[in-house]
Design a protein around this ligand. Structure first.
Ligand code: 13P
Ligand code: SF4
Length: 305
């Protein structure tokens, strides 16, 4: 089947099987095209819970499909490519968190949403890049361990100097590659452009930004800002803006060679097709006690955020 036929077939099969396709904004434009809902990781899992779908195909990485399952246990949730994982989500073993909590009973552990369900189950509260500052500020603990992203963690720490925040040394292998030279070189070519960046980027890069925020916040800022905007996050965001906004060429990709997440790009239309007809992908299952513990951290995030 060619691309057009494949898309038509997926649309037909979605209706026939009662399947909803969710796609993170970092996905390839063809996947975004056949998705019912597109957005950042937090928006997608919240949406999945609201939709109460019989079946969801989650086009993103494993922690996103797990988040859907944590919030919507009745929904059959399929990750089209089982090896699509966020490397950062696994940079700390759940046992390390358990040990830390045993040794530091006065501390609370804050987990970035980019973590496995097993890690979420060991933590006190989850945060997204857009809600991290607000939520950490509200915690009444003396000590806060922030896992796993050191860059998002240090951004939060800088904004909340009154908090005792201990950082883990995890990082996103995509955003962490950025350097201030990347920004300086790009600004030299686009001197009037504003610069928006994801907080998973190193401090020297964040310091040069006009705006720091999560995927959805960067998209909002880019749409509302006149003129050129340099986008310091995964290239799917620029592809999305170029296709969905007028004057799409005013959005400039910072470092296209670095800002491509291989895991996010693993899913093809064929993979989605197979997942929808039930002959491919992996159905996400979680032990019920672990799911319930992970749900506590996510629900706390929803309450505090
Ligand atoms: P969002 O939470 O902004 O969707 O980001 C997910 C992610 O993987 C960022 O690299
Ligand atoms: Fe994980 Fe980074 Fe890829 Fe996002 S861009 S999914 S944080 S590796």
């Amino acid at each position: 089947m060619d691309t057009i036929q494949l898309k038509k077939e997926i649309e037909r099969l979605k209706k026939e099987t009662g399947t909803i396709i969710l796609a993170h904004t970092y996905q390839e434009p063809d996947i975004i095209d056949i998705a019912d809902v597109t957005g950042d990781s937090f928006f997608l899992s919240k949406k999945a819970a609201e939709l109460k779908a019989k079946r969801v195909v989650m086009c993103g990485v494993r922690f996103m499909a797990e988040s859907v399952k944590i919030l919507s246990p009745e929904t059959e949730t399929i990750l089209p490519v089982p090896s699509a994982t966020c490397p950062m989500a696994e940079q700390i073993a759940p046992e390390r968190v358990r040990k830390y909590k045993g040794e530091n009973p006065d501390a609370q552990v804050v987990a970035y949403i980019n973590t496995t369900a097993a890690l979420k189950a060991e933590c006190d509260v989850c945060v997204t890049s857009s809600s991290a500052i607000k939520i950490v500020d509200k915690l009444d603990a003396d000590k806060i361990l922030f896992i796993p992203d050191q860059h998002l963690g240090s951004h939060v720490k800088e904004k909340l100097p009154h908090k005792n925040i201990i950082l883990w040394d995890g990082y996103c292998p995509v955003h962490a590659q950025l350097t201030k030279e990347d920004v300086i070189n790009c600004k030299a070519k686009h001197p009037d452009a504003k610069f928006a960046v994801h907080p998973e980027s190193p401090k020297e890069v964040v310091e040069l930004a006009d705006m720091v925020g999560a995927t959805s916040e960067i998209i909002k800022y880019a749409k509302e800002t006149p003129g050129e905007v340099i986008i310091g996050t995964e290239k799917g965001v620029v592809d999305y803006l170029a296709l969905h906004e007028e004057n799409g060429n005013r959005f400039i990709q910072l470092s296209p060679e670095k800002l491509c997440c291989e895991d996010m790009k693993k899913i093809s239309l064929e993979d989605v097709y197979k997942a929808v007809i039930g002959s491919g992908g992996e159905e996400i299952t979680l032990p019920e006690d672990l799911r319930q513990k992970a749900l506590i951290s996510i629900n706390r995030m929803l309450e505090l955020g």
